[in-house]
Design a protein around this ligand. Structure first.
Ligand code: HEC
Ligand code: HEC
Length: 271
């Protein structure tokens, strides 16, 4: 009798621990990391929850801003033509270091813009990303949507007593290299097509497109091979960040650069 109980209990325990071990193992597999992740390499900086904002009007606006930022093609459909969210490039809702984070950005404005040839405000900068990166139309500066996005970015940037300074502004610095787009095509097929598709079409709204109708237009910052290479080298392939050498990042970016994409609407060149 005793022996049987012992067998039964050890059997149950064995199954129990196997389930836990399999769970831990699966969690570490890349495919299980597509959901929301905590910021990679963010040190001590962390985001506070929106629920802690005491002013209910501001809280609602920040929530709306977050939604517009993370789900732009649906939440901001009126102004967005691309199937790209702000967060497709400003990764993790704009808090991912060296993936164009927007934490701390408000204090940098107004600032001189080479593109515009004069000083621009944060709203001007957001508008630039709408008409170029989102291949969309300008937002009314006084609209609740514009206010919501600004409120969201300002809230992310507010200092918190228990939080360390944010590190990782912009993109990593890469040297100027001469790209080889033919080699880039091979890298694309091996490392990128599995997610972004063989025709760069992505998988809306899970994986953003890289070229074609649903992508950013040729007036966007990401249209620069140098900027895309710096983004890609540090942040892609999304499930195995950092495996490409700087040269490979340039090559694959040059290949993507050569594919068809929407033209920037010159009527919006004020932005
Ligand atoms: C296709 C990628 C892409 C998308 C989509 C995109 N952006 Fe950007 N954004 C960029 C790049 C690249 C820059 C930096 C350009 C440069 O080097 O000045 C930038 C810069 C910015 C900046 C200034 C940040 C800084 O570091 O100076 C803000 C603010 C911003 N974007 C907001 C937005 C918002 C809001 C949206 C969504 C409506 C959006 N962006 C969508 C690529 C993108
Ligand atoms: C595991 C899936 C996956 C793989 C593999 C992958 N990406 Fe991405 N990529 C994403 C996701 C998801 C995003 C949106 C940002 C995020 O959440 O990290 C993204 C964003 C991007 C962006 C900015 C947004 C846009 O659409 O313009 C570029 C550029 C990009 N990837 C290029 C590449 C390149 C080049 C490779 C191959 C070296 C690659 N990606 C491999 C999933 C992937």
């Amino acid at each position: 009798m005793r022996g049987r109980y012992f067998m039964l209990i050890s059997g149950i325990l064995a199954v129990y621990f196997s389930v836990i071990l399999i769970g831990i193992h699966l969690h570490k597999l890349p495919n299980f990391q597509l959901g929301p992740r905590s910021p990679r390499q963010s040190g001590m900086w962390h985001r506070v929850t929106i629920g802690t904002i005491s002013d209910s009007k501001l809280r609602d606006s920040v929530r709306r801003g977050e939604l517009l930022f993370d789900e732009t093609p649906t939440a901001g459909a009126k102004y967005t033509h691309a199937k790209l969210a702000c967060a497709s490039c400003h990764v993790e809702g704009g808090i991912q270091p060296f993936a164009l984070p927007v934490v701390g950005i408000p204090k940098l404005f107004p600032r001189y813009s080479q593109r515009a040839g004069h000083n621009i405000t944060l709203k001007d900068r957001i508008e630039e990303c709408f008409v170029r990166s989102e291949n969309g139309t300008p937002l009314d500066y006084n609209s609740p949507e514009m206010k919501a996005i600004v409120d969201y970015i300002e809230w992310l940037s507010a200092p918190h007593l228990d939080s360390q300074p944010f590190v990782g502004r912009g993109l990593i610095n890469l040297p100027d290299l001469k790209p080889d787009p033919l080699h880039g095509a091979e890298i694309y097929a091996a490392q990128c097509a599995g997610c972004h598709g063989f025709n760069g079409e992505g998988n809306p709204y899970l994986i953003p497109p890289l070229w074609g109708d649903g992508s950013f237009n040729d007036g966007a910052g990401m249209y620069s091979i140098r900027k895309m290479a710096a983004f890609v080298q540090h942040n892609m392939p999304q499930n195995r960040m950092g495996i490409l050498t700087p040269q490979e990042a340039y090559d694959v970016s040059a290949f993507i650069h050569n594919q068809p994409r929407p033209k920037f609407n010159r009527a919006y060149r004020g932005f």
